[in-house]
Write a protein that binds this ligand. Structure first.
Ligand code: NAP
Length: 279
């Protein structure tokens, strides 16, 4: 590294578990770019300040994760249509003095479906469990990718309405049983995520596995554990499964290309993500 090394970073809280530094630094090294990627733990309420500081510090690429995506959307000078619709920015690039915000979460998820699961959403019936930030990005991306129907199932109905409004005429609120008729079922809730104090949590299912079976693709965006209880249950009933690490790797690959203009070294990014997964 030298005084001319270009800097990219992630802001989030908590952020010390983030796989992004390993993924991006492996990618910069593989392509021979003099870039370095750091992680900044930024307390809630300071996301906008951190984004604005990136302009002053000359940070060329900023990844934004929980809980700062909405603050980043408000702090950038310009945002993509997708980021505006979601009111959430996960990728900031600096163009001279201007900060441009985008959201690569949904396109990253669809890239993972296509490349890792061999599934093209065009003309398919999809069911999304959850209606939080990640679920909304996925609903929008599935609609952009030509899904014919998107059923949103969420514990809190008011939030489900916000998700459905992103895909008018295509999305509707539904119930878990609707999964039996879906080509694609996505867990976009945090159910099934490992918790250090409660091993039972990783065994929870976001849906009764009886609704899942052969001919379906079941994707989980939880990636800790990599192979969730949902994916195990779906695979044992004959479904094709897509692990959540793909969404993380592909959204990073899209950010890499936005920042550097270079194609992303996907295989190396995958290897770095797998190597650095928490045990
Ligand atoms: P979020 O905005 O907080 O949304 C959480 C969602 O999970 C909401 O729909 C919430 O329902 C639901 N939920 C949580 N606990 C529940 C429970 N006990 N019962 C029923 N529903 C429950 O979070 P997010 O940012 O969307 O993230 C969701 C998950 O995706 C997290 O595990 C996150 O780590 C993961 N993620 C993965 C990637 C990736 O690249 N693979 C990217 C982003 C996020 P309510 O609306 O009813 O509260």
């Amino acid at each position: 590294m030298s005084a001319s090394t270009r800097v990219a970073a992630v802001i989030g809280h908590p952020v010390r578990h983030s796989l992004s530094p390993a993924i991006f630094n492996a990618a910069f090294a593989a392509v021979g770019l003099d870039w370095a990627y750091l992680a900044f733990d930024v307390a809630e309420g300071h996301g906008g300040d951190a984004v604005r500081a990136s302009r002053i510090l000359g940070i060329d690429g900023l990844s934004v994760t929980m809980p700062h995506k909405a603050a980043a959307a408000a702090a950038v000078d310009q945002a993509s249509d997708r980021a505006l619709a979601l009111d959430a920015v996960n990728c900031v690039s600096r163009r001279g003095d201007r900060l441009v915000g985008d959201n690569t979460d949904g396109p990253g998820f669809v890239a993972s479906l296509r490349l890792d699961g061999g599934f093209d959403p065009q003309g398919t019936r999809c069911l999304v469990l959850g209606a939080g930030g990640a679920a909304r990005a996925i609903v929008l991306a599935l609609a952009e990718a030509g899904a014919s129907e998107i059923v949103v199932v969420n514990r809190t109905e008011a939030t489900a309405h916000v998700a459905v409004a992103l895909a008018p005429g295509i999305a509707r609120i539904g119930v878990s049983g609707d999964a039996s008729h879906a080509d694609l079922v996505v867990n976009a809730t945090s159910i099934g995520m490992a918790h250090p104090d409660d091993p039972e949590r990783a065994r929870s299912l976001p849906i009764d596995a009886a609704h899942l079976g052969a001919g379906q693709v079941v994707a989980d965006i939880v990636y800790h554990p990599l192979r969730t209880a949902l994916l195990d249950a779906a695979a044992s009933r004959g479904a094709t499964v897509v692990e959540g690490l793909g969404m993380l790797v592909h959204q990073a690959a899209l950010a890499f290309t936005i920042w550097t203009g270079e194609p992303a070294p996907l295989e190396l990014m995958w290897a770095a993500a797998r190597r650095n997964l928490p045990t």
